[in-house]
Design a protein around this ligand. Structure first.
Ligand code: ARG
Length: 458
């Protein structure tokens, strides 16, 4: 019956059962129980300190809420759909336990500022955890870079062999991306870390509340400055979903490479058995399920961003029930990102690289053509002309089914008499890699310095 509801006063008819289920959020917002209780304890403490409710009531409220927390954690709490959401489930239980005092808790507060607080408290902790998960994956990448510092592989553009690079350099490219991802998470943390409680339903409250004190109790460095915005802002959730989408985009690119590298055609890496599965029909198969799934899960994280953007689009100020739809995309994004990062950190650490295969591929596909051109430039030829000369040499190789390392000096000299015997040392895979010494390049000494730099930041 509607009169059993915390808001039942103005109703005469009971809520339709299906409407009740349709509008309830308890099945997903129960995740916010500890944040809800923490926020309520701070709110009650402030109400008592300001003389808005009696201090004996505060004691009863805090005791009751702590008992409810214990019950939820012990799995002894019956969540009720009729009570709609986590806020009313907890408040109704509190009043049932301690009577009158429990009914004073909601003084000067609304579920609108309460839910905004709960999500911010929740996301704040998750953002920090995600930053730690990012560090763990960065650590695995640095581990692989350090362990394989001499391993050379082909670098690609258009997925065609381009120039030789260090495998470690490739790992460090992902370190850079993940460091930016971490920066975005911590940046989002700053804007999430603001106290919205005290906005009331939308306009503030008539009671002499002390928001700064509540902020202190809940470790918020700032309070929001406009009550309408406080209850209707979900920018912080959108920022998180955007940062998460970019992060998943990075993981999906890495996934794609790992999938490719572990094919029998490439054979650059072996993912450990624990991260792969077999086929029910083809006995030879070892499928890279983990990177495939992470690549696939990128879709839902993008979807969550679009869902939340669409929920918020065109909503008039201030709170609208539409906003209850913010939680599932947020929670799903948090779970997906954490799961993907965790599994990637372990998978990368255990991955085995195949240096011989990579080196073989690194020297093939005319990978040192640019080095020949650079060689001619060092001998005095303008780069454009050198490009032309080497292009002709490559054409010659293609026609004769050869590759650059196989050309004799006599053959080189068909294309330019500026080429001498020292060409051979200039176009080994190792020389090619180690010649790229400027900041950001793939030379071993440079990569070593970048590993040290990344380690120092960890
Ligand atoms: N369950 C609601 C939500 O998640 C809490 C706020 C409800 N406020 C309201 N005026 N109905 O958004």
């Amino acid at each position: 019956m509607s009169k059993d509801k915390l808001w039942g006063g103005r109703f005469t008819q009971p809520t339709d059962k299906f409407v009740e289920e349709f509008t309830a959020s308890i099945n997903f917002d129960k995740r916010l129980y500890s944040q809800d209780i923490r926020g309520s304890i701070a709110h009650a403490t402030m109400l008592g300190r300001q003389g808005i409710i009696p201090t004996e009531d505060v004691t009863a409220i805090v005791g009751g809420l702590k008992e409810i927390l214990r019950q939820i954690e012990a799995g002894e709490f019956d969540f009720s759909v009729a009570l709609e959401d986590i806020h009313m489930n907890i408040e109704a239980r509190l009043s049932a336990k301690i009577g009158e005092a429990g009914k004073r808790l909601h003084t000067g507060r609304s579920r609108n500022d309460q839910v905004a607080l709960d999500i911010r408290l929740y996301l704040r902790d998750e953002l920090q955890e995600i930053a730690e998960y990012l560090d763990r994956l960065i650590d695995s990448l640095l581990f692989q870079a350090e362990e394989n510092l001499d391993v050379m592989m082909p670098g690609f553009t258009h997925l065609q062999t381009a120039q030789p690079i260090l495998f470690a350099h490739h790992m460090l490219a992902y370190v850079e991306m993940l460091k930016r991802d971490k920066g975005r998470m911590l940046d989002c943390y700053k804007r999430t870390n603001v106290l919205p409680l005290g906005a009331g339903a939308l306009a503030g409250t008539t009671f002499p509340i002390d928001r700064e004190y509540v902020a202190e109790l809940l470790d918020f460095p700032e309070v929001t400055r406009n009550s309408l915005d406080s209850v209707s802002d979900r920018d912080f959730g959108l920022e998180f979903c955007s940062a998460a989408s970019i992060l998943m985009m990075h993981l999906s690119r890495f996934s794609e490479e790992l999938i490719l590298w572990s094919t029998s055609e490439f054979k650059f890496v072996d993912l450990s058995d624990g991260f792969c599965t077999g086929s029910s029909i083809m006995p030879q198969k070892k499928n890279p399920d983990v990177p495939e799934l992470v690549r696939g899960k990128t879709g839902r994280v993008y979807g969550n961003l679009i869902a939340l953007l669409t929920v918020m689009k065109s909503l008039p100020l201030a709170y609208n029930k539409d906003m209850q739809e913010d939680k599932e995309p947020l929670f799903d994004t948090i779970d997906t990102v954490k799961g993907s990062l965790k599994i990637f950190a372990d998978m990368i650490r255990e991955m085995k690289v195949r240096p011989e295969r990579m080196l073989e591929a690194a020297g093939a596909g005319f990978s040192t053509a640019t080095d020949v051109a650079d060689y001619l430039v060092r001998k005095g030829m303008p780069f454009r002309d050198a490009h032309e000369v080497v292009g002709k040499a490559v054409r010659y190789c293609v026609d004769n089914d050869m590759d650059i390392p196989e050309l004799s000096l006599a053959e080189w000299q068909l294309f330019s008499l500026m080429i001498d015997a020292d060409i051979f040392d200039a176009i080994t895979v190792e020389a090619s890699v180690n010649a790229r010494k400027a900041t950001g390049g793939t030379a071993k000494e440079r990569v070593k310095a970048e590993i040290a730099r990344a380690r120092a930041e960890q």
